[in-house]
Design a protein around this ligand. Structure first.
Ligand code: IMP
Length: 222
């Protein structure tokens, strides 16, 4: 197989925070990172499935690679709670609405949605003791080549437990389920009580990014 040209990678996101984070990380490998809006601002947002993180990341990476004709990196992430059989999983961002993104969910801010999701999780875990409240954040990344073929995949996890009120929600950093998530192995601080750098060093997204970067480096050196 010829070595793919990975000097520029398009991130399948319109989130400036995610672009800045990965741009910093990938600069070390000589890879220039741009957002989808820089190269194909009119590319429509692909419809995500509900089967798995890997399916969603693959759909996004392929659709955007096809839209801009450049290699494209997509991620998908969420929270898996063991006592809820892995829920909220792929519908983490809209759990309070059973994964539905239109209707009342569309009228809410992200912070309001996060609060509604957190309330549902705490309600469903009511009465479950601490040692059975194990959970993990999962992040999956897929790199699609300019032709849409998958070039690399990576996965990272961040283990912890969902705390119990009134001990949680707690902390001002982070987003989503962070204020409920007591990070293993200490279970002392929530994800919202880590600094950005501390969280990157331990998180699912940090681990998946580093594993993806290793594969991109191997391609570039290969
Ligand atoms: P997406 O990957 O941007 O679709 O995000 C999926 C959803 O998973 C987010 O909206 C959050 O609800 C949750 N999630 C993913 N990563 C984190 C994290 O690091 N902290 C808290 N919540 C997260």
């Amino acid at each position: 197989m010829p070595t793919p040209d990975l000097s520029t990678i398009v991130l399948a996101t319109r989130n400036p925070g995610k672009i800045a984070e990965l741009r910093e990380l990938f600069a070390g490998a000589g890879v220039s990172v741009v957002g989808i809006d820089d190269v194909a601002p009119d590319a429509p947002e692909p419809e995500e499935g509900t089967a798995s993180f890997i399916e969603n990341a693959t759909i996004k990476a392929r659709a955007y690679a096809a839209a801009c004709g450049l290699p494209c990196l997509a991620d998908d992430s969420g929270l898996e709670i063991d006592a809820l059989d892995g829920a909220p999983g792929v519908i983490s961002s809209h759990y309070a609405f059973d994964g539905t993104t239109d209707g009342p969910a569309a009228a809410m801010t992200r912070a309001e949605r996060d609060a509604a999701n957190n309330e549902r999780v705490l309600r469903e875990l009511g009465g479950v003791p601490p040692e059975q409240r194990t959970a993990r954040f999962v992040c999956v990344m897929v790199l699609a080549g300019a032709d849409g073929a998958t070039l690399a995949q990576s996965r990272g996890t961040f283990e912890g437990r969902i705390g119990q009120p009134p001990d949680v929600p707690r902390g001002d950093n982070g987003f989503g389920y962070d204020p409920l998530f007591l990070a293993a192995p200490e279970f002392a601080r929530t994800g919202a009580e880590f600094t950005k750098d501390e969280k990157n060093a331990r998180s699912h997204r940090g681990a998946a990014s580093r594993a993806m970067l290793d594969q991109i480096r191997a391609f570039r050196n290969g």
